[in-house]
Design a protein. Structure first.
Length: 234
């Protein structure tokens, strides 16, 4: 895994111009640098962001449904409670970002890398993720129900309360995840690769998912004796 790029490393860095204006529906933002701005309740549905950079920007609420993010770089961005559903991401890099309470169902991501990002209650249902990497990230209460994941990896990441019901996985690598807490959709792991240690940790959930009761023989034998003692004491 390569280190995150700095702003100056971007091939279009010398062409970036400061953002001056407002976000609008169907807006076109080409080689724009959003630096330290705050957008609250903005409506940028169907907007197009091409070769643009976002530094320490805060998005609160608002609508970005169907927006396109092509070759974008986001560093220290905070995105809370927004509608980003059906958006399209191609060749993106997000570093130290916080995504909380986002509606991102139906989103399509291709060749996107997240570095040290925090996901809190993000809805990625029916999303399509291809060649996406979550490096050293936290995914808490993230919903991947019905999503399609292909060539996705989670090196150094913590999965906490992730739901995968009806998801489809192809060449998904979970071996380097530091925690693998999946609360729904264990059958979706059919196309994933995990370690033997992770398999042992997940064994109780796998058993529960398929209706298998795990009980040691000693526990089963003690129950009748206890019952007999109770009867004898009457």
């Amino acid at each position: 895994m390569s280190s995150p790029r700095q702003l100056a490393d971007l091939p279009y860095a010398s062409h970036l111009r400061p953002f001056d204006g407002s976000l609008t529906v169907d807006g076109d933002y080409d080689t724009v640098h959003f630096d330290g701005g705050q957008f609250e309740g903005a409506d940028a549905g169907q907007a197009r962001f091409l070769e643009s950079a976002f530094s320490a920007v805060a998005f609160t609420g608002g609508r970005y449904r169907g927006a396109r993010f092509n070759d974008v770089w986001l560093d220290g961005v905070r995105w809370v409670g927004s509608d980003v559903a059906d958006s399209d991401w191609l060749d993106g890099e997000l570093i130290g970002c916080v995504l909380a309470g986002l509606e991102m169902f139906g989103t399509v991501m291709n060749r996107v890398t997240f570095h040290r990002c925090k996901f809190e209650s993000v809805n990625l249902r029916t999303a399509e993720l291809r060649e996406v990497t979550f490096a050293d990230c936290l995914l808490r209460d993230t919903d991947l129900g019905g999503a399609k994941l292909t060539d996705v990896a989670f090196p150094g990441s913590t999965l906490d309360g992730v739901r995968c019901g009806n998801a489809r996985m192809t060449r998904v690598d979970l071996r380097d995840a530091t925690r693998l807490d999946i609360t729904e959709g264990f059958d979706a792991l059919r196309g994933a690769t995990i370690t033997g240690g992770q398999l042992l940790e997940l064994a109780p959930q796998f058993a529960q998912a398929i209706g298998v009761t795990v009980q040691e023989r000693g526990d089963a034998l003690r129950a009748p004796r206890t019952a007999r003692r109770k009867r004898q004491g009457r």
